[in-house]
Design a protein around this ligand. Structure first.
Ligand SMILES: Nc1ncnc2c1ncn2[C@@H]1O[C@H](COP(=O)(O)OP(=O)(O)OP(=O)(O)O)[C@@H](O)[C@H]1O
Length: 502
């Protein structure tokens, strides 16, 4: 929907017309409608105002509406009223714009009260004027993060009166160091102008703090999509457009996010997005030589492997299972989807000095927890564990993922799937029918251990396989993972479910 549209029933307001409408002079009124601010201005009907607000409109229509979601700020002085909103200049781009009217001094008190009501409608349960620490990775994606920030993101944040402090990351891992030292009482949000690598670092920087649990609860982590992999923004902001993501963050609701501790050797890191081995990790991390192909490198890598028959990546896996029925998983998902959005973040804040939660299932170096059985996956092709729905644009690998169900979504695909069928997997993922395939196992799990085996067709090679945690490569060695329900915090449009990509 365009942010300014003609409207047929602009005065459908539950608060009553008297309070909802602010007359401005003789020929203009501003009304709080159901979902939008309705501007009635006789001048819109004039020939000269054809291109009013940047939109072509038909002659003689005197009303326009601005969805509350697009209203960024409003202010009334003794002399005038100004409303700042995000104007969609194209399907993928929004820019701040203003409407401005003079008012009589005697109308000032009424205008101030009306503006407060407009802002309440515009923000709902979302915090206004967020304090945002912005981290820009100048090398994310094609290197355009600084440009996107200055052109597409900062103007929206400034128009919404957010408090901003920007810092560029200077080296790989810098975000971990910066965030570890950050005063969490100073910021509501840490925003990453980057791909998914920097948010991964930010969660791990917060995890390094002495009061890690408190820090992960208190500060929300968000992404402004500026990298080559922008899954976080697609899932939470519903877009990989920087300016539309900026509006979503301005209006974002605090949302608890399950985080996953991964232990490998003597290290413990947090994962917010995914863990993979086999085909997916191969096609991502094993195709660096094809970087010049852009995002097509994943598809080309997949095709080359299927056609050459290099599809088996055997491993042994043990899991703490929550649900392995696709039907009941889908039912749980539908129930959550139909629930009304929560009015607020209802978690009890951890104590101010609380550190990371202990590992309920121990580390990868401990004996297998009691009740776990190591299952041989001799013909394993894809091992994919996800915490969010989209792993890339048009790739909703985990359609039943929920931000706060205390589970990770676990997918395995065997390498025995016929070649022709394998080649249609990409289309099935895009259409959302992938998980319905008989050969795809889809489970909800609370923890697991993954033990890779040497890959037969890699005999003699030094590096004999890939494991990816949130898209970052880790050694090809056993690891264990466990979900911490609602340990982290993000901002999302709904407050409780992932978005469909717009
Ligand atoms: N100034 C810097 N110089 C070099 N590397 C950096 C710098 N700042 C951040 N990084 C690293 O860049 C990596 C990738 O960042 P990001 O996720 O933003 O981009 P991306 O394009 O999506 O990722 P990828 O390059 O993995 O496809 C991160 O792991 C981070 O450590």
């Amino acid at each position: 929907m365009s942010e300014i549209a003609e409207t047929s029933n602009p005065f459908n307001d539950s608060d009553g017309l008297a309070n909802a409408t602010l007359p401005v002079g003789r020929n203009v009124s501003l009304t709080l409608g159901t979902d939008a601010l309705v501007v009635l201005d006789e001048a819109f009907g004039d020939k000269q105002s054809w291109n009013c607000f940047g939109l072509l409109s038909s002659r003689n229509k005197t009303t326009r509406s601005i969805p509350f979601f697009n209203v960024l700020w409003a202010e009334a002085t003794e002399f005038d009223i100004t409303i700042t909103y995000a104007h969609n200049v194209s399907k993928k781009t929004a820019r701040p714009s203003n409407i401005h009217y003079l008012i009589e001094k005697t109308d000032h008190a009424r205008a101030v009260a009306w503006v407060a009501r407009l802002l309440d409608r515009a923000y709902g349960a979302a915090q206004k004027r967020k304090r945002i620490k912005v981290l820009v990775n100048p090398f994310g994606g094609q290197g355009g993060a600084e440009k996107y920030y200055l052109r597409d993101i900062e103007p929206i944040l400034a128009a919404a009166r957010c408090e901003i402090d920007v810092e560029k990351t200077q080296y790989g891992g810098h975000a971990v160091d910066l965030v570890e030292k950050l005063d969490i009482d100073q910021w509501d949000v840490i925003a990453c102008c980057s791909g998914d690598g920097v948010p991964h670092e930010v969660f791990n920087g917060l995890a390094k703090k002495k009061n890690a649990a408190r820090a992960l609860h208190q500060v929300a982590v968000v992404q402004f999509p500026c990298g080559s992999g922008n899954a976080m923004s697609i899932n939470l902001n519903g877009t990989n457009s920087p300016s539309l993501a900026a509006i979503a963050v301005v209006k974002g609701l605090r949302t608890p996010l399950d985080l996953i501790s991964v232990t490998q050797d003597d290290k413990r890191i947090l994962s917010f997005l995914s863990q993979s081995a086999g085909m997916v990790a191969e096609c991502d991390l094993g195709t660096e030589n094809l970087r010049w192909l852009g995002s097509a490198r994943f598809d080309v890598g997949f095709l080359l492997r299927v056609l050459s028959g290099r599809v088996m990546y055997p491993a042994d896996v043990a899991i703490a299972l929550e649900d392995d029925s696709k039907t009941s998983i889908r039912e749980t998902y539908r129930r959550e989807h139909s629930r009304s959005p929560p009015a607020s973040d209802s978690r009890i804040p951890p104590a101010v000095d609380s550190s990371l939660p202990p590992l309920e299932f121990g580390t990868v170096n401990d004996p297998l927890p009691s009740g776990w059985a190591l299952i041989p996956y001799d013909t394993l092709s894809t091992f994919y564990v996800g915490n969010m729905t989209y792993m890339a644009p048009n790739a909703p690998f985990f359609p039943m993922a929920l931000p706060t169900d205390g589970c990770a979504d676990f997918i395995t695909v065997p390498g025995t799937v016929p070649k022709l069928e394998s080649l249609s997997i990409g289309i099935a993922v895009e259409k959302g029918t992938f998980v319905d395939k008989d050969y795809v196992a889809y489970k909800k799990i609370r923890a697991y251990r993954f033990i890779p085996r040497r890959i037969p067709h890699r005999k003699g090679e030094k590096e004999n396989g890939y494991i990816s945690i949130d898209g970052e490569s880790v050694p090809f060695r056993p690891f264990q993972a466990e979900v911490h329900p609602g340990l982290g915090t993000v901002l999302s449009r709904s407050g409780h479910i992932y978005e469909k990509q717009r």
